[in-house]
Design a protein around this ligand. Structure first.
Ligand code: ATP
Length: 268
């Protein structure tokens, strides 16, 4: 697979092992600006590890990544905001006792210049920045229809809404690349439909490219422009939903996972 210059993300020959155990090996992946690109595969295929490597949490042993124009062997996690990258986590990672607004504002923590600005330019600049951030947080909260919960402690909200607060926190910095690790896990069909609508709206309105890990194949087929399939740490296919659905290697990988009742349910 050849990555184009217009791609926002290009992963080339990326490999990661933990001790002797391969998490993923020789992965090529490209994501175009504004594309929704799903990564699917049975449990343990290496999906989360790949996202963790793209966001600098894990250090791959081989291969390269490009985010925009910047090339890395290991992505510096503290530069993610500057690179225009945001993510959500497989397990909720909100500040449960903080309000929805405060959680969303925390998504701007790494783009905050107030500490330095306050020293260099005086407190009024810091105040202006805080006001601007507040306005951005409120606008994302409205966009994701969280307005009536803005003052509520995040931990007191139903699970589906907490996942939406996580999405709001990731979107507030207006990323050009957003990585979503199972944003709809544990949701009802109605909640998944609602969340799918918000993911599509984020792409339409903000032009954000999205890498989506999701086990619900129906959701993946509806949302994705392209899908990459991993199995046992290897990329076995990349293509449109239509191509992936008909790919014999993909069908075999999912049938091979049938012994695991969880995978069987997820692949259905
Ligand atoms: N921090 C870690 N330390 C050791 N092994 C790890 C670590 N993270 C992942 N692995 C291993 O790497 C492999 C890939 O795991 P990973 O979580 O990336 O798969 P996945 O496709 O996201 O699975 P799932 O769908 O269950 O979330 C597994 O064998 C897993 O045990």
């Amino acid at each position: 697979m050849v990555a184009g210059d217009e791609d926002i993300l290009a992963v080339e020959g990326l490999s990661l092992s933990f001790g002797g155990a391969v998490a993923f090996a020789e992965i090529d992946l490209s994501v175009a600006a504004g594309e929704i690109h799903a990564i699917i595969g049975p449990n343990g295929a290496g999906k989360s590890s790949l996202i963790n490597a793209i966001t600098g949490l894990y250090a791959p042993q081989a291969g390269r990544l490009r985010i925009g124009d910047a090339r890395f062997a290991r992505v510096p996690a503290r530069r993610l905001a500057e690179l225009g990258v945001a993510r959500t986590f497989q397990n909720l990672a909100l500040f449960k006792s903080l309000s929805v607004v405060e959680n969303v504002l925390s998504g701007l923590a790494n783009v905050q210049r107030a500490g330095l600005t306050a020293q260099l330019l005086g407190l009024s600049a810091a105040r202006r920045e805080a006001t601007e951030h507040r306005a951005r947080a409120e606008s994302v909260i409205d966009f994701l229809q969280l307005g009536m919960f803005r003052g509520r402690a995040a931990g007191s909200l139903p699970y589906g809404l907490q996942k939406r607060v996580e999405l709001a926190r990731a979107l507030v910095a207006n990323p050009r690349l957003l990585l979503l690790d199972e944003p709809m896990a544990g949701m009802s069909a109605a909640e998944k439909a609602e969340m799918s609508g918000f993911v599509l709206a984020a792409r339409e309105m903000l032009g954000t490219a999205i890498v989506l890990i999701e086990h619900d194949i129906g959701v993946v087929m509806r949302l994705s422009d392209r899908i990459t399939v991993l199995d046992h740490g290897r990329r076995i296919a990349t293509g449109t939903p239509h191509e992936i659905q008909a790919n014999p290697a993909v069908i075999a990988a999912y049938l091979g996972a049938e012994d695991d009742p969880e995978n069987e349910a997820k692949a259905a």
